[in-house]
Design a protein. Structure first.
Length: 147
């Protein structure tokens, strides 16, 4: 008797809270790097608070934009979402994109989000490794332009 395999689903499962995606992995990476920077005292704890506040604000912007899209109402410019992600809101933005399934298929938006994510990961990683110290850029320019 030959056993038959169950039929394969014709579509991929929808992302949700339990399924890991690139976005959730990136958000987790940023959280780990941020936590390490704070534990290694490369950042004060209030920087973590900025990421929490920014993440909540970014989530709320994505949620409002998703609701407006569903109701076919006026929507926020994409740059508002990107600026929220850039200004410490990247964790909330990535998680909102994953959970709400919003702004995940538009190639230009996805590319800019990936660049913002890479910027946060690179900056936090370099700080953690001690390669870059916040304030170091200001010191560099002061030395360059000091007479």
């Amino acid at each position: 008797m030959a056993s038959t395999a169950p039929p394969k689903p014709t579509h991929e499962p929808q992302p949700g809270f339990r399924q890991i995606s690139v976005r959730t992995a990136a958000a987790a990476t940023i959280i780990v790097l941020l936590g390490n920077d704070i534990m290694l005292e490369r950042f004060p704890a209030w920087v973590g608070l900025l990421y929490i506040i920014g993440g909540i604000a970014s989530w709320m912007f994505y949620q409002a934009d998703k609701q407006a899209a569903e109701k076919r109402e006026w929507r926020a410019p994409e740059r508002k979402l990107h600026l929220a992600d850039l200004a410490f809101g990247i964790i909330g933005g990535l998680l909102a994109q994953h959970v709400l399934r919003h702004k995940t298929y538009k190639p230009g938006f996805v590319m800019v989000t990936a660049l913002i994510t890479a910027l946060h990961v690179l900056t936090l990683g370099l700080i953690m490794l001690g390669v870059y110290a916040p304030g170091g850029v200001g010191d560099f320019f002061r030395r360059c332009f000091a007479g």
